[in-house]
Design a binder for this molecule. Sequence first.
Ligand SMILES: O=C(O)[C@H](CS(=O)(=O)O)OP(=O)(O)O
Ligand SMILES: [Mg+2]
Length: 227
Amino acid sequence: MDSRFLGIHELVEVDVPSVAVVVDVMRAFTVAAWAFGQGAEKIVLAESLGEALALKARHPDWVAVKDGPPAPGFDTVNSPGLVRSIDLGGRTVVQKTTAGTVGALAVKEASLVLCASFVVAEATARLLRTRGCDGVTFVVTGEDGQADEDLACAQYIARRTTEVGTDAAEFLRRAGASRAAGELAEGVRQGVHPDDVALCLELDRFPFAMVAAVEDSLLVLRSCAVA
Ligand SMILES: O=C(O)[C@H](CS(=O)(=O)O)OP(=O)(O)O
Ligand SMILES: [Mg+2]
């Protein structure tokens, strides 16, 4: 399998990828996986805070999530430690964050878009294996493609797709030593639960992959059971 690792801004220089894996470990796609774990039916990835609020206004039963501090109109923030205690059974979530949701929207034209983090790493690799994907573009969403928690996770999934026995330890160590992990632990970022970093480093917490596709002009993320 040919893998390339690009930041969001580098995507404008390449053709639309056939298969894209958008990685955001801290915290968008760890939060998304927890939302599905808590029963969410689907997650709409919003283009802007304004669109998220407009969708929430149109669908008051939807659960609106943003990163950073809490804000009027939003139900909660982009924190796995907080989302894990919300019952989302059958609900639609609308999520807007700085990096993860932006990265997914940047590749929405790809034939297959997966959103990933360590909590769904093996399921993501298994889906790539079963689909027989030979060229995969990994979108490293954080820090213009330099975020080591995202790059480490992307490299781990890429390796794991072809070498099933790949050990995660060194990749998880890098993520735990990343700038994002430090900022979350030190309280630099807002909307944080004390367990967030540990939850983002919980390998294969969930058995499903997460597939994004355009539905009625919205980019919708759904969990996908992988045999
Ligand atoms: O919520 C996050 O961790 C980040 C945003 S910030 O760096 O905390 O402001 O968003 P994400 O898109 O999940 O990387
Ligand atoms: Mg991030």
